[in-house]
Design a protein around this ligand. Structure first.
Ligand code: FES
Ligand SMILES: [Fe+2]
Length: 419
């Protein structure tokens, strides 16, 4: 007799080629750009780490499958391909022997930080004939939101301005922020889809301590509304309990939780707020969850906005960048930091977000049989397909043009912003 005495706890195999035995969609071939972006969409800026982490000692990172060394010199952060052309040793293992350079630890090949050119070869003397003749690739670097951002090019194009890729309200408004950057398992697309996924929050997160006193709905009727380069989830109906024929009643309402609101709401996910922060209100967001390329999620609450940036590392890993922003200045910032460090960091960016990390790590699709709320997923895939097609055409046009200077890849039109 065969006895199965232990559950199968092996790591799921994320093979995309398997027998078509599962119901539904077998692959993502209807979104070819998206399907091909397992290691990320090139041609975008990605946040890598906190600015404070980057010093004169180089550190290694992988973004979109590219190995990168980040280092700071005289206040400026630089990104170089993290592989010495001599014998392939990572430059992040090296250090600085001269200002404005980084030296490989093995034989002292020394690279100029702004250009990546081989500036000196210490162990071949000042007359080394390779000096100035080769080098390593460099990447454009910017610093925003207290983080170092690196542009991963498609070819050799000039990057678009980073501000055209940031959420509009983060450019030109004063704010304070707190956040977490974490390496996480799972493809970046699973993380991004999870962030905008309409169906899961009310079920997966119903046990999160962050929601201890606030009930989550049972089910919603949701629309996807495009605006500028963003898509928004708009809730038309919110149902707090339901009778499932032949199965029973289900609700997340509990005696210790607050009563759910009577009206449908589109800021926050547990109720309608009495007062909304003026900067947030001025954006006139059609819905509380919105998403844009290359995987930027915005969740608007009445008093703050939570952002997630899903940074592709490789096919099976991503970096989670979660940021909570409060549009305030002066003494109010103290109140925000107290709230962030005392609660939000642990409950929201910790346990609540940890539930997402768990699901992203174990998701295994396609195949997939999508259901009605997955309109959020298909709308995102459609958006990315369209935006990336436009980007490729712009970069292609730039590289084939000989007379005119190369234009930057066209950013999508900005949404109307109300003053
Ligand atoms: S491997 Fe880098 S100097 Fe030799
Ligand atoms: Fe979630």
């Amino acid at each position: 007799m065969t006895v199965e005495d232990s559950p199968d706890t092996a790591t799921p195999v994320r093979s995309r080629r398997r027998k078509p035995a599962e119901p539904g969609r077998q692959d993502w071939s209807s979104w070819p750009h998206y399907d091909g972006a397992a290691a990320g969409f090139r041609g975008y800026w990605y946040p890598v780490t906190w600015s404070s982490q980057i010093t004169g000692k180089p550190l290694p990172f992988t973004i979109c499958g590219e190995r990168i060394a980040l280092i700071r010199d005289n206040g400026t952060a630089y990104a170089l391909h993290n592989r010495c052309p001599h014998r392939g040793v990572p430059l992040s293992e090296g250090n600085q022997q001269f200002p404005g350079t980084v030296s490989c630890p093995y034989h002292g090949w020394t690279f100029d930080l702004p250009t990546g050119r081989l500036a000196a070869v210490i162990t071949d003397g000042p007359g080394c004939r390779l000096t100035g003749k080769l080098g390593v690739r460099t990447y454009p670097v910017e610093e925003r939101l207290g983080m170092v951002w690196v542009y991963i090019p498609i070819a050799d194009e000039e990057p678009h301005p980073i501000d055209s890729q940031l959420p509009e309200e983060l450019v030109g408004n004063a704010f304070v922020m707190g956040g977490r950057i974490e390496p996480r398992g799972g493809n970046w697309r699973f993380a991004c889809e999870n962030g905008f996924d309409e169906g899961h929050a009310k079920y997966l997160h119903r046990t999160a301590l962050w929601r201890l006193f606030k009930p989550m709905p049972t089910w919603n009727i949701t629309r996807i509304v495009p605006r500028g380069r963003w898509i928004f989830r708009v809730q038309d109906e919110v149902h707090w309990d339901a009778e499932f024929p032949g199965v029973g009643r289900w609700t997340n309402k509990r005696w210790w939780k607050m009563q759910p609101p009577k009206e449908t709401f589109n800021i926050g996910n547990t109720g309608k707020a009495d007062q909304i922060d003026p900067t947030i209100e001025a954006q006139e967001f059609p819905g509380f969850a919105s998403l844009s390329m290359p995987g930027v999620l915005r969740i608007a609450y009445p008093k703050f906005i939570h952002y997630e940036f899903y940074v592709p590392v490789d096919e099976g890993n991503h970096r989670y960048v979660g940021v909570m922003v409060n549009f305030t200045e002066g003494w109010d910032t103290v109140r925000f930091y107290a709230k962030y460090l005392g609660a939000i960091r642990w409950l929201f960016h910790g346990q609540f977000s940890g539930q997402d990390a768990w699901m992203v790590d174990v998701t295994d699709a396609p195949p997939e049989k999508l259901y009605r709320p997955d309109i959020s997923l298909t709308a995102w895939r459609n958006l990315s397909e369209e935006e990336y097609g436009k980007k490729l055409a712009a970069v292609d046009g730039a590289s084939t043009s000989t007379s005119a200077p190369a234009p930057a890849p066209a950013p999508a039109p900005a949404p109307e912003k109300k003053a």
